[in-house]
Design a protein around this ligand. Structure first.
Ligand SMILES: *Cc1c(COP(=O)(O)O)cnc(C)c1O
Length: 396
């Protein structure tokens, strides 16, 4: 509280402390020096994390790696796609996603995304013929229509990888996001629900894909024997695949494991916070939070909303400044310089494709962090600041 009784703009940038339980385990690892996942004969922290994560998600196999980008890359390699294979990705995602596709010697094909941040199914259906794989990025945890995507992809015999980097805790009907496609990939980078600084994990029910990904992640010689349940598959692949060495180390697993039991509570709080602020923004005629799809239960740690009505670019920029003056940082994806989520900035792909729908969305879609720890007065502070900033900007 400020001296005059007003709530100060909340700090939405600091991370949550890592649970105390991590300390004893980190101390133990530092004392023994046992940081490499394959040194211990069994029960290394990384191996335990894989079992716990697979159980949490309801998947048969999990492989912990150095980042979600590494998991996405290994997923494509595990599918054994031909060089230059076409991989459909949403045009609204983080630059790491097309980068993983390029890294795997494949060619990304960008699919239009609607005003609701989800894959445009008409464009998806039009671009699917000729595609070798689909990588669905649930950007900021917004889930595309997985029933429609799986029906079309299955009918076409095209494998689906889910980029669930930011979707831990999101459900689709009775399923966990990340378990619907052939492989699901998650991130433990600091801006995600579970924070290890860096890290990633992939889940699959397919023993062949798991075995191939495990070997390529760097399970050299007989180290694959430390991954349970896959012995037949491994025997076939040993020494036939390159080793990319994208392993996770034990310290990361020690930071992640005590956070897994907190996921459900973080999801519940994050969703309640999000829906409260969404309700307030949706009471205006200038700001709009698109609803989740009916099958989707979200796990948000930020809020995205559109500037609706006749906003000019200057008014949208003015909105960012007016919010900033009130202590609330808003990013309009398409208006912040060099934004890594705006497809026209992915210059490593060559000339940007013509994607008018996604471009229009990005020019008016806003992003505000909303961590689960915020209190109701802090949420009201943020909502008030955004609503007042919109009023100011529209009167310009
Ligand atoms: C964070 C993120 C990634 C990249 O994850 P890293 O672990 O940093 O490689 C990929 N896709 C989406 C949607 C993300 O949010």
């Amino acid at each position: 509280m400020a001296p005059d009784g007003q709530t100060l703009a909340p700090n939405v940038y600091d991370a949550e402390p890592i649970p105390d339980a991590a300390r004893a385990e980190i101390d133990r690892l530092l004392t023994s020096g046992d940081l490499f996942r394959y040194t211990a004969p069994a029960d290394a922290p990384v191996a335990l994390l894989e079992v716990e994560f697979a159980n949490l998600l309801g998947a048969r196999y999990a492989l912990a790696v150095s980042s979600c980008s590494a998991a996405l890359f290994l997923s494509l390699k595990a599918l054994d796609l031909p060089k230059g294979a076409k991989v459909l990705i949403p045009a609204f995602t983080f630059a790491a996603v097309p980068s993983a596709v390029v890294h795997a010697d494949c060619a990304p094909v960008l699919v239009e995304v609607g005003q609701n941040y989800r894959v445009d199914m008409a464009d998806f259906a039009a671009k699917l013929p000729g595609a070798d794989a689909v990588m669905i990025s649930h950007m900021r945890g917004h889930t595309s229509d997985m029933d429609a995507i799986m029906a079309l992809a299955d009918a076409a015999g095209v494998p689906v990888i889910e980029d669930a980097a930011h979707s831990l805790g999101t459900t689709w009907g009775t399923r966990n996001i990340g378990t619907i496609g052939r492989i699901g990939c998650f991130s433990f980078q600091s801006y995600k629900l579970v924070n290890a600084g860096e890290g990633g994990i992939m889940v699959t029910d397919d023993p062949e894909l798991a075995a191939r990904a495990i070997i390529m992640s760097g399970a050299y010689e007989q180290n694959w024997k430390k991954h349970p349940g896959l012995q037949n598959s491994f025997g076939h692949w040993q020494n036939k695949l390159p080793l990319y060495n994208l392993r996770m180390q034990n310290l990361s697993a020690a930071v992640i494991r005590p956070q897994l039991p907190l996921v459900a509570e973080r999801v519940a709080k994050g969703l309640a916070n999000h829906d409260y602020v969404a309700g307030r923004l949706n009471s205006t005629t200038t700001l709009h939070v698109p609803p989740a799809l009916p099958q989707e239960s979200r796990a948000p740690d930020s809020i995205q909303f559109n500037l609706i009505g006749d906003w000019t670019d200057a008014q949208a920029t003015g909105f960012q400044s007016a919010a900033k003056a009130r202590g609330v940082s808003v990013q309009v994806f398409g208006l912040s310089d060099g934004n890594a989520r705006a497809f026209w900035n992915w210059q490593f792909l060559g000339d940007p494709p013509d994607l008018p729908q996604t471009r229009a969305m990005l020019m008016r879609a806003c992003d505000v962090r909303l961590p689960a720890r915020l209190t109701r007065p802090e949420l009201d502070y943020i909502a008030d600041a955004l609503i007042d900033a919109a009023t100011d900007a529209c009167n310009q």
